[in-house]
Design a protein around this ligand. Structure first.
Ligand code: IMP
Length: 426
């Protein structure tokens, strides 16, 4: 296998960073294809901890080509800070390629993100306020600014004037401070100059690499249930974090995707608002939250915690083309007498096995559970499937059965050696 897509198969924060980092060791190319600095994960490299937001995870290895593809929205100010902080900490020999077709997150996008959230009051999405939604909206509205414009002062000047003409009216209407051209132009031309050496046609680069037989890893950000099309709209992000979106967002042929690895926790979490049928509202949620360190990487918000929802997971498999699962944070569940897995929802007296499109219906869905035995043993030192307690094995088998998907990896702790591979998929 030479191409692998990693997707979050729940509502984000499934531990994609760890698996991406683990798989990146074997990759020749690592690609981020959508989203921006709303994502965030921590990587341990050479005994040091690094937080990455928009830069691909292969950046620590000088032999890996790192691609920020056309489907991304890039905040140049934040991205350059991220790069500078990596350089300051000794990451100097890296290969980075940025698509000229990626869109630029501008300061007015962030201001608008906050303004829309405030306006929505109790209906707010709970966004990361990084300007992601307004940037993708401008892309769809064809008033966005692309990296190719940013690195060309003349094109940027025209694009910025055109955008401000509209964005300032929007800001004014929302009672927000407007921007002058001069406030932005010079500063962003400087960012453009710094980014220019990295900009190229990343679609072309990927085609050449795939033809050569290079191992290409498409790293995931967010999760399938946050997908603009298939997620719990409107409580979603503004792009598609599915396997299916990768060819579009990276400019490659769909037939070049060989495997899609869905990363899922042994339970479920969610940040921000929106339906969450298996959410736990008693002290068990605190037990899992504390053991799993379930606080947002970007916003530090405590995450909502629930039982594993195999209806949502199976749905994610279907819409995203997941053919293997990586089961993360398995060790967090040690110590419980009983543990539940949701196998169906009950909606108005009927048993259903999929996620309803209507949000009101989704809020009415009651989870139906199979109750499994828990296990008391600490499994953080387990190195193989055989070493797992019987109840933990049964838990894995039940997930495979309910999602019709093989578990290729399970993880019992934050370190690389706590990652147990059951199948070679890359
Ligand atoms: P936005 O992407 O900032 O517009 O936020 C929209 C929703 O997606 C909010 O509920 C965020 O908490 C969620 N979200 C965005 N990025 C991530 C992520 O990387 N992990 C988990 N949730 C995310």
């Amino acid at each position: 296998m030479s191409t692998l897509v990693i997707v979050g198969s729940q509502w984000g924060d499934e531990g994609k960073g760890k698996i991406t980092d683990y798989m990146a060791q074997e990759a020749d190319v690592v690609v981020r294809s959508q989203g921006g600095n709303n994502a965030g994960h921590t990587i341990n490299f050479d005994g040091k901890k690094f937080a990455l937001r928009s830069i691909p995870s292969g950046i620590f290895h000088s032999n890996i080509k790192n691609v920020m593809a056309n489907g991304m929205v890039i905040d140049p100010k934040q991205m350059l800070e991220e790069l500078r902080s990596l350089e300051e900490r000794g990451i100097l020999n890296y290969q980075l390629y940025i698509s000229g077709r990626a869109h630029v997150v501008m300061p007015y996008h962030q201001r608008l993100d906050g303004a829309y959230e405030n306006l929505k009051k109790e209906n707010k999405i709970g966004t990361t306020k990084r300007g992601i939604g307004p940037c993708y909206a401008d892309k769809a509205n064809r008033i966005g600014i692309r990296i190719a414009d940013l690195i060309d002062p003349e094109s940027f000047s025209i694009a910025l004037k055109n955008a401000l003409e509209i964005k300032n009216k929007e800001l004014k209407m929302l009672g927000e401070k407007e921007y002058t051209f001069d406030e932005i132009y010079e500063e962003y031309v400087e960012y453009g100059k710094k980014l220019k050496p990295f900009v190229c046609d990343t679609s072309l680069l990927l085609e050449e690499e795939i033809e050569k037989g290079a191992k290409v890893l498409f790293e995931g950000a967010q999760g399938v249930m946050l997908c603009l099309d298939h997620g719990t709209y409107p409580y979603v992000t503004s792009s598609s974090p599915t396997g299916a979106s990768v060819p579009l967002n990276a400019g490659i042929a769909p037939q070049n995707i060989e495997s899609v690895l869905g990363i899922c926790k042994a339970y479920t979490t969610r940040v921000g608002e929106g339906p969450f049928p298996t959410e736990i509202h008693d002290e068990l949620a605190d037990y899992i939250r504390e053991r799993g360190h379930e606080y947002g990487t970007v916003t530090k918000r405590p995450r909502r915690v629930g039982y594993l929802d195999c209806v949502a997971l199976n749905y994610a498999r279907r819409v995203s083309g997941i053919n293997y699962l990586a089961l993360m944070l398995f060790d967090v569940l040690s110590g419980l007498d009983k543990i539940k897995i949701c196998y169906a929802y009950e909606l108005d007296g009927k048993e259903i096995y999929t996620v309803p499109a209507n949000l009101k219906e989704y809020y009415r869905c009651k989870p139906l559970y199979v109750e499994m035995d828990g296990w008391k043993e600490d499994i953080t030192k387990v190195q193989s499937y055989d070493e797992l307690p019987q109840a933990a094995k049964a838990y894995m088998k039940k997930i495979e059965e309910l999602t019709k998907t093989e578990i290729a990896i399970f993880s019992v702790g934050p370190d690389r050696h706590q990652t147990i591979r059951l199948k070679d998929i890359f």
